[in-house]
Design a protein around this ligand. Structure first.
Ligand code: ADP
Ligand code: ZN
Length: 602
């Protein structure tokens, strides 16, 4: 029976005993030769969806993958599992390339990884058209739609594959796609009667926390020291300059931090990526240029020091934490500057109006996530079309609910200051007027004579910044001109000024405090078997094997597999095969050394 065969492949080759999410259904659909669109969260196990059909069918599975580093790791992983695979890309030298072509022509390679531009080039497409292709899998398929315009024009041309390889089923895989993007992916790829699978987006092991920026480096240090002193994490910043600064600040404070952005030399980027894959305790400070190719499953935290431009980006980036299913933190600071900076970037791009409108909508949704007093997870899931009625209990809103306050009076003070100064000044100046500043400009313009002058002097600058931000987010005010960043009222402001409506807002909290429940959970990580010395020993063996094989440690075994060994204490090969992530090939290669260590321990 087909299902049993597939399960056997899963166990024998990959060491997993059950299919996850919709893996089995997706595989069955492909085997029925239908086009398939698979949406699965990061770390959900998308690769299995084409790797198993590749093994089950005659012929070759082509995998279109956007990054060379990603191809390399996936091929290494397959080889360690005893599966023949190779890749073709522009970074190969002639010998490597010829070896790969031989492997393909001799029918040895079951999976071939290629870049989109490679596959569409005339020599490669001709080369593959002579061969028996059983499936075309398109990884990171959202590049066709969401990213295609900006970064990956060759992804947009992937629709031509349908003509080049008529009748070959196509599988598009992605972690982030709302309904519109999904439709667009199918359209761009010219899929016909495709079947779509959407697995749950929920990542229950990730704790979401979004907090106001006071001094971000201090806040970050506090967060890492308290929750992740020996862990691996990613810190995202918007600009290269900030990446460099944050990395050097962290280094100065004694953290193993390295910068990563597109402005570094290829060499530096590669060595950064290698360290990130290899080191047990490493913090990478990066722009969004870092990420697409990350397979490391034990990233314990993802921090944002700048606001991502959409919830899709936020979810994709935070999704790089905890792919092994263990407790992890997604931690972000945000402030007024973010709103201004991102909006400004948006207004000054050359994109067309429709694109800007969409981008503005996405940014607004992102801001609402920050400002919401609702469960963050509920908000995120509902953004992706998943309704959940229960609060999650693992986000800051659930564990440490924000209080709301009636800020009507402050809102009125601010709105009337904007109005009385002629709706032509930016936040800093307005706050000066409110706080009775002796700034010469204020005096020269006669704004010290206004009734609003000094009505806000009891409150800090920061307080007024927060009021301005929340009024901006809720659209009571808007930025009139991006160059001067001056603020003006919207139609919604009237009822508040007239006292017909109240202004409720999230109570600002500057006290950095992570809920205690998650703290407990974090310290419980890995502790179920209580054999941490053994775990450390196994980890040393893993590191040694990894450097012998010249691959990152997690490709030998994931932390999860090592913990499983500590729990099960396998004494022979049959028992070793029961460990999660151990298939026939890895059992053959590694059982002796790991069992040896386990036996001498027990
Ligand atoms: P992604 O969806 O992000 O591409 P991967 O295919 O890299 O995810 O898989 C993520 C991790 O999940 C890998 O370590 C893989 O071995 C593991 N995995 C995949 N399928 C299963 C399964 N059915 N059971 C257990 N682990 C699985
Ligand atoms: Zn929650």
């Amino acid at each position: 029976m087909r299902e049993t065969d597939l399960k056997n492949i899963l166990k024998d080759k990959f060491g997993h005993s059950e299919f996850r999410f919709d893996q089995l259904e997706i595989i069955q659909t492909i085997l029925d030769r239908k086009d398939t669109l698979a949406i699965m969260p990061t770390g959900g196990g998308k690769s299995i969806c084409f790797q198993i059909p590749a093994l089950y069918c005659n012929g070759i599975t082509l995998v279109v993958s956007p990054l060379i580093s990603l191809m390399h790791d996936q091929v290494m992983n397959l080889r360690l599992n005893g599966i023949d695979a190779c890749y073709l890309n522009s970074a190969q030298d002639q010998d490597e390339r010829r070896a790969a072509e031989d492997q393909i022509l001799s029918g040895q390679a079951k999976l071939v990884y290629v870049s989109p531009e490679g596959l569409l080039s005339s020599n490669l497409s001709l080369f593959f058209r002579q061969l028996d292709i059983s499936l075309i899998a398109i990884d990171e398929a959202h590049c066709v739609s969401q990213w295609g315009h900006e970064f990956r024009s060759d992804y947009m041309r992937l629709g031509e594959l349908k003509e080049m390889f008529p009748g070959v089923p196509m599988l598009a895989l992605t972690a982030t796609a709302d309904e519109k993007t999904r439709e667009d992916i199918a359209l761009q790829l010219r899929m016909t009667n495709q079947k779509t699978f959407v697995s749950s987006f929920d990542r229950p092991n990730i704790n979401y926390k979004i907090t106001e920026r006071t001094n971000e480096i201090d806040q970050l240090e506090e967060f890492i020291k308290q929750y992740h002193p020996n862990d691996t994490g990613i810190i995202y910043c918007l600009s290269r300059k900030k990446v460099e600064k944050v990395a050097s600040d962290l280094k100065q404070r004694g953290f193993p931090a390295i910068p990563y952005h597109a402005g570094l030399t290829a060499e530096k980027r590669l060595s950064g990526q290698e360290r990130f894959n290899r080191d047990e305790h490493i913090i990478i400070v990066a722009t969004i240029a870092f990420g697409m190719g990350i397979d490391r499953p034990d990233v314990r935290f993802v921090s944002h020091l700048d606001l991502p431009k959409s919830i899709e980006s936020y979810y994709q980036e935070t999704g790089r934490a905890g792919r092994d299913g263990k407790e992890s933190n997604a931690w972000m600071v945000f402030g007024l500057q973010d709103v201004i900076k991102l909006s400004q970037m948006l207004e000054t791009t050359e994109a067309n109006e429709l694109y800007k409108k969409q981008a503005r909508f996405k940014l607004d949704a992102m801001l609402s996530l920050c400002e919401t007093v609702q469960c963050r997870r509920q908000y995120l899931l509902s953004y992706f079309g998943e309704e959940s009625s229960d609060k999650c209990g693992n986000c800051d809103a659930c564990l440490d609910p924000a209080e709301t306050i009636d800020a009507t009076i402050d809102a009125q003070k601010l709105l009337s200051t904007i109005y009385r100064t002629g709706q032509m000044y930016g936040a800093g100046y307005l706050i000066d007027v409110l706080r009775e500043s002796k700034n010469t400009k204020v005096i020269e313009r006669g704004h010290d004579k206004l009734s609003c002058y000094g009505v806000g002097k009891e409150q800090s600058k920061n307080h007024w910044n927060i009021i301005i931000r929340q009024l901006l987010n809720s659209k009571y005010i808007r930025v009139k001109n991006w160059e001067y960043r001056n603020l003006a009222l919207t139609d919604k402001a009237g009822p508040i000024l007239k006292g017909q409506e109240n202004f409720e807002m999230r109570k600002p909290s500057n006290v950095e405090k992570i809920p205690s429940a998650n703290k407990r959970a974090v310290s419980q990580i890995n502790a179920t078997h209580g054999r941490m010395e053994l775990f450390e020993e196994l980890r040393i063996i893993r590191t040694k094997l990894a450097s012998e094989n010249n691959v990152p440690p997690y490709l030998i075994f994931s932390d999860k597999s090592l913990h499983d060994m500590c729990l099960l204490l396998p004494r022979n090969r049959d028992e070793f095969l029961m460990v999660n992530g151990v298939g026939a090939s890895k059992c053959e290669k590694y059982s002796a050394v790991f069992i040896g260590a386990i036996l001498s321990y027990s």
